[in-house]
Design a protein around this ligand. Structure first.
Ligand SMILES: *Cc1c(COP(=O)(O)O)cnc(C)c1O
Ligand code: SF4
Length: 334
């Protein structure tokens, strides 16, 4: 059963929450009482890749602390405008694996649908920060081409909604797409890669739970959480509802300098995830996307962190440390 009881806090409609994102660097600086000397650089970096963050996420940040691990993920910085050799616009080779608009088929057995171009949040390290979404936001007719592609290839057993953030779309569109895909007999699993249940937990409403769980496909939701402080009671409640609807919950994390590249932060994240019903799946090394070089963690340090995690945690709480290398048939273990 899906619980329908309303928790004690005021639950906003997600549509209102997404219409009321913080998009002005000055507003963020004022809300969090940040040093205004950093504002001119933030404004410049914002012109390159816009600031975008839900208020529910900002409420979990500390005031007056430019090194808050949640703030660091969204705050535009002057460093983003530096160029660094080896940092590219399409670091993972997505533009070469795009057989029909909105569909990426890189790995055996699964295809990724770029279901929505936008996100509720703009993460500064996003590997899609330069992705040409305008060419990859199909309407229903173009969706049909993606559906036909899947239907024509019996090796495809799993369809992944990704983006952007697929849950930025309306439930109505997602219901249509999911019903259409579930009619393809060889598709067994539906996977949704999303950060919305974390950054705007009201997104998991009754309608969402319905289209997500009421079909024959096994369903996996892969969240994107980088730090334990991202998980508050509102997030726990939405995750609990997903779990009670029979959905498997996994998490992927990006290893980010200054945010989570220390053993205590990583162990606390795994423990907090598991308490919330989520298993750690992947820990990604940063994709070398232009503008994110200041987040990079050297491979040697990543290997040491993995050792330390293995020494401290049960095996099922240690995520797979992986890297995406263009042209490889899977994510590549470190
Ligand atoms: C990461 C990714 C997947 C999923 O890979 P898994 O290892 O199954 O999690 C599928 N398609 C693309 C294009 C991807 O980038
Ligand atoms: S949620 Fe994912 S796709 Fe969206 S901006 Fe963040 S990293 Fe990029």
């Amino acid at each position: 059963m899906i619980p329908r009881t309303v928790p004690t806090w005021q639950h906003p409609r997600w549509q209102d929450e997404l219409a009321d994102l913080i998009k002005d660097p000055r507003e963020l600086f004022e809300l969090l009482e940040l040093d205004l000397n950093l504002l001119p650089a933030a404004t410049l970096a914002h012109a390159d890749f816009a600031l975008r963050v839900p208020r529910a996420f900002v409420r979990r940040m500390g005031k007056g602390d430019p090194s808050d691990p949640l703030l660091m993920q969204v705050l535009p910085l002057g460093e983003e405008l530096d160029t660094s050799p080896g940092y590219q616009h399409d670091p993972v080779g997505d533009l070469d694996a795009n057989p029909v608009p909105g569909l990426i088929h890189k790995y055996h057995g699964r295809v990724l649908l770029v279901a929505a171009g936008n996100c509720a949040i703009n993460c500064r390290y996003c590997f899609r920060r330069h992705f040409p979404y305008q060419d990859n936001q199909p309407n229903r007719k173009q969706w049909q081409a993606a559906v036909d592609y899947i239907a024509a290839d019996p090796s495809i057993t799993e369809v992944i909604y990704s983006g952007g953030d697929p849950l930025a779309l309306a439930n109505k569109q997602l219901r249509w797409l999911t019903e259409t895909i579930s009619e393809i007999p060889h598709v067994q699993r539906l996977r949704v890669h999303t950060r919305l249940p974390v950054v705007a937990p009201s997104r998991i409403d009754d309608e969402c739970l319905e289209w997500l769980s009421q079909h024959r496909l096994q369903t996996v939701v892969v969240l994107h959480i980088n730090h334990a402080q991202e998980i508050d009671d509102e997030v726990r409640y939405s995750l609990q509802r997903l779990q009670q609807a029979g959905i498997t919950l996994l998490n992927q994390t990006v290893l980010l300098r200054g945010v989570n590249n220390n053993i205590d932060a990583l162990c606390e994240l795994s423990e907090t995830l598991f308490q919330a019903g989520v298993l750690p799946y992947y820990l990604h090394l940063l994709d070398k996307v232009a503008g994110a070089q200041h987040f990079d963690v050297p491979t040697e340090q990543a290997k040491q962190l993995r050792e330390l995690m293995l020494n401290r945690l049960p095996g099922y709480l240690v995520p797979k440390f992986v890297q995406e290398i263009a042209g490889k048939p899977s994510k590549v273990p470190l």
